[in-house]
Design a protein around this ligand. Sequence first.
Ligand code: GDG
Length: 731
Amino acid sequence: MRIIFVSNRLPLNVSHENGKIQMKQSAGGLVTGLSAYLESTKGSLDTIWVGWPGKELDRESLEFVKKEAMEKYNGYPVQIPDALNEKFYYGFCNKTIWPLFHYFPTFTEYEPSAWDAYVEVNQLFCDALADIIQPGDKIWIHDYHFLLLPGMLREKYPELEIGFFLHIPFPTYEVFRLLPGKWRKRLLEGLLGADLIGFHSHDYTQYYLRCVLRILGLETNLGEIIYQNRLIKVDTFPMGIDYDKFARLACSEKADRIMSETRKSIGDNKIILSVDRLDYSKGVYARLEAFEKFLEKYPKWQGKASMIMIVVPSRTEVDQYQEMKRAIDEIVGRINGRFASLDWTPILYQFKMLPLDELVPLYRMSDTILVTPYRDGMNLVAKEFIASKTERKGILILSEMAGASKELGEAIIVNPNNTEEMSEAILEALEMSEEEQITRNTVLQNRIKRYNVVRWATDFLEKLSLRKGFQNKLKSKLISSETRSEIFKTFSKAEKKLIFLDYDGTLVPFQNKPELAIPNQELKDLLGNLSRMKNAEIIIISGRDRDTLVNWMQGIDVSIVAEHGAWIRERGKDWRLFKQAPSDWKPRIRPILEQNSDRLPGSFIEEKNFSLVWHYRNADPELAEVRVKELTDDLVNYTANMDVSVLQGNKVIEIKNTGISKGYAGLDLVNIHNPDQILSIGDDWTDEDLFKALPNTAISIKVGLGPSNARYNLKDYIEVREFLKGLANEA
Ligand code: GDG
């Protein structure tokens, strides 16, 4: 099995030294994490990493880098021209998606040319992948740079296994909808090209599902979505770290050396640590204000506590990052100027990336760490700090807005907007008893150790493999060309055939207004041809009322079953009431439906002889989802002692007499005609009654994917029409 990882940056740094190209493996949360996973598989996996090499290269250098990267690192560089990358990376990725998804709408830019660049780069990666993809490959796409890529790949490779993981938060509907309509729709649909979509926390998963419901109108069930006849799973996978690596680095000799050197400059002071990339989402400025407040409120700690602050340069070309750097420099200067003494500097500030084996000793020796982002997908620093706590002493202060807070409840949890609360948290951390610290860290360490990065990646990739199984199960019932020919052959041999056809969703697509689903000439011709088949009886079996069906089937020689089996009109005969059923329940149920219609704009009630139908296709989908659950529950309880059943259909709730169903009416016709072959096609729960009632030899077909009593599936009404055309010609 081969896995292709796709991320924005290739885990390689390409540089020119003495006129020669040099390549070095680079580190980072994702790289470190996935390397640990690959090591755990002990070389049993064949992998390729696809990404941007970090700079635009001339043709000759690119060829060299491509060859070297593949030979030495299994890397496959994708070139992005600088001008395009400017609009893609610094533009749409980091001036649109990043700020918006981190709840900074005021920093968000909606620049059409940046969107175009985003589409272009996603396409560029799709084309590059096409050069290397082989049958049986699994693709795992990472992060917000490639929200469109799964969809683009899916168009080219209907069978490819595609997984996607988002490392940043997915925002709520109210924030996501700030994106222009076309963009937000395409971004959601782009992700639906994947078989499995993963997020760090349950909230992000729910927010994505809600956006899919509200913006694309697709209903979801336990995180599963049926889209373009594929079953997609959306799930939560909280990313872990390479725990052992941090635990190991923390007790290395180098760690001991760095700790004693640091102690020399800092003395016995308590250490408050802060480690982040330079990013406004990380809340560095507010954290400094909290430290200032702490020193102000608790002067006894002046000279006794120092903050070590590491800020790693990042995205320095984006305006907000430059402004932020200036603001941080300024406040550090102010605090140090205000409180420093000859032998004490409150904040020891470094604007650089430390080697990991120098960072880990700082994690180990610090008394507390302030991880206080305004928003963070997960935050690995928090977990790394805990893993490095060899003595289990030192307390994590963690923002409730970080994904990690959902897992690390034993930390001191703070609101990053509340400077007061953060300053109190510093005091609480510094004064906490050692016993309490050890208790909390023991629990945290056990948890982080268990769900480490290897578990995370294994879980994701295993779930991805399972998806194909589910999809194949669904697909196995789809009618293949061989099955189709067999059905036609069986039918041509039969001496008496009965063909039941549901109407809405089976022969025609759903319309916003039910009265618009009129048959077009193509459908009329098709039904006409079918009705002229030798020894065949065509029955249109629908939930619609008699008048509509008679009107629409004028001039076509077919039998009709109306109102889900309440009325039957056989060819050349008059309507007969199949079963007398009381309708005294209607005046009692109608007010309940009316009350709900008033509460859900866009919904309406339809009354038929033996049923009441509440339609909500045109209502706000999210509101409808809530109302439908409530209403179904109310109705089921209310009708417990009545001879009626409550059924949920395609954007409708229908209440009808229990003794009436397509199953009963269909069986009646089967008994009358005594056919030696039966075909039945339908798309919803009312057709399931018929599928269940028919003899085992009947050929039953459900339209659309999903669980069903039918023997086969066809994808949609277009395939149904194709199938029936073939049947009329060949059987
Ligand atoms: C994104 C999401 C999500 C930091 N300073 C140094 C250094 N680091 C390393 C840390 C850690 C990584 O950088 C930062 O990871 P975070 O998770 O904290 O944040 P992002 O970079 O924003 O990552 C985030 C993550 O993706 C994974 O899904 O958790 O929410 O925003 O690994 O160790 N490493 C070294 N020197 C430093 O000075 N060597």
